[in-house]
Write a protein that binds this ligand. Sequence first.
Ligand code: HEM
Length: 533
Amino acid sequence: METQTLQIDSLWVVALASKLAPLSSRNIAILLVVLCLALLGLALTYWNHPGGPAWGRYWCRRVVCGGRAKVIPGPRGVPFLGSMGLMSGLAHHKLAKAAEQACAKRLMAFSLSETRVIITCNPDVAREILNSSHFADRPIKESAYSLMFNRAIGFAPYGAYWRSLRRIAATHLFCPRQILDSEPRRRALAAQMMSVISSFGGNRFQPREIIKGASLNNMMSSVFGQEYDLNSGSEEADELKGLVEEGYGLLGKLNWSDHVPWLAAGLDLQKVRFRCSRLAPKVNKFVGRIIKEHRNQIKYCQKSQDFVDVLLSLQGPDKLADSDMIAVLWEMIFRGTDTVAVLIEWILARMVLRPDVQSKVHEELDRVVGRSRPLVESDLQSLVYLPAVVKEVLRLHPPGPLLSWARLAITETTVDGYHVPAGTTAMVNMWAITRDPEVWDDPLSFRPERFVSGNAGSTEISVFGSDLRLAPFGSGRRVCPGKALGMTTVNYWVAHLLHEFEWVRTGQDPVDLSEVLKLSSEMANPLTVIDDI
Ligand code: HEM
């Protein structure tokens, strides 16, 4: 079929060339100028439409076909490229401002060159998008496909394969029993963090690398069954850390080729394709070796099951090819490490800035746990104030301010009364929702009391996706499957870090709450502190 199209195309070119042959070079030049002007005119017509060129093209075609509908408001951006600039740097800030300016907080349309996008800063419209079966897919991202993520949960197209992966992960990695059983590992890692931190002996240090290391080791242990010690380090853990960081860089980047097809055809201006082609074989080798080791161990010894063993034991229609297994395992490490570590650093930063809140957490921990025994995970059930602190930090610093990965309209649908065509990318600006004075009282103040029931004006709210005023884990079919595991880890480790230490700012390093948006939104300048026992 493709060859046939190619032949027809070349015939067309030959026919045109034979018609042009009798023309003088001057006439050919005039014809080309007219053609360019016509193309420019068309591009300007598309661009001169609310939402910019991609929306203009869609609506022009639709009008030709006789269709009419209410037009979604939004910025036009620049001809050809649309609003690419909105997605660079702190995209969540820029998009919130653009929505405000276009009076389109409920629903705004914009173009990323040829990609049509809608975005909402409103909890009701967010629910409509995230909980709709029309938006159960993810847009295609070249880097995700090159790194095999299309065979893992996060980017797998909505369908039987994705459903089966979610079921397997829900049963064997994220179920309450599994989370409970993995407590000893989290406890051991918490103890290692305490020991590393104590070794600074009251000198200034940056907790980021310690927390990231613990988070990576935690995922390595539950997914690969590999245990590493934070104190001694390991070449293998360092290698994985490098691979994960390179992956974050690639997936978090706005890749122009995803939106400008003529760039995707051959050019790789940002070197994303090149870097992916170097990273993918390294990941294959690293994870492939772990799978091989597990196959041998299953034959020769009995050991407790990790997620690799679970995937290897699947039979029948659930059985996965090795390449799919690599994608699933790699994604779990990838997703589970960064989000947890980023959130803990934000929590510590807020504690340093607000010693009054920190001392309330200390009081609560002293009352519930005391000083004579170590904290255990079941203590979390008796804590009220600390979970409120975590929620308040999730509100002000959601790790995925745009919910990390967007959704894609599988079929045409209606959102907030507007027609949305199939193939449109949909985003939720959770950061804007959680800072909206129409949604939250005094939204910019850090006030954990708003989540402590019984306090005046407090709100009972679950962060797990049922209430879109605060849904840092997303909502609907594609909601984060690791949400309970993530929250347990964050609450437990933060409780440990605050039970053992008082976190104090140093004389020379101010706590800077500026953000940088990579795959997650993290502190632009790492927190530097002194710990006080
Ligand atoms: C504080 C911790 C975490 C936060 C804030 C977070 C946030 C998110 C968000 C916003 C999404 C997109 C949801 C949507 O489209 O509605 C997501 C998806 C996902 N998360 Fe998490 N996450 C966290 C922890 C974890 C952990 C610990 C794991 C696994 C070990 C994990 C695995 C995933 C996966 C596999 C997806 C893709 C789901 C799908 O497309 O079906 N996450 N997460």
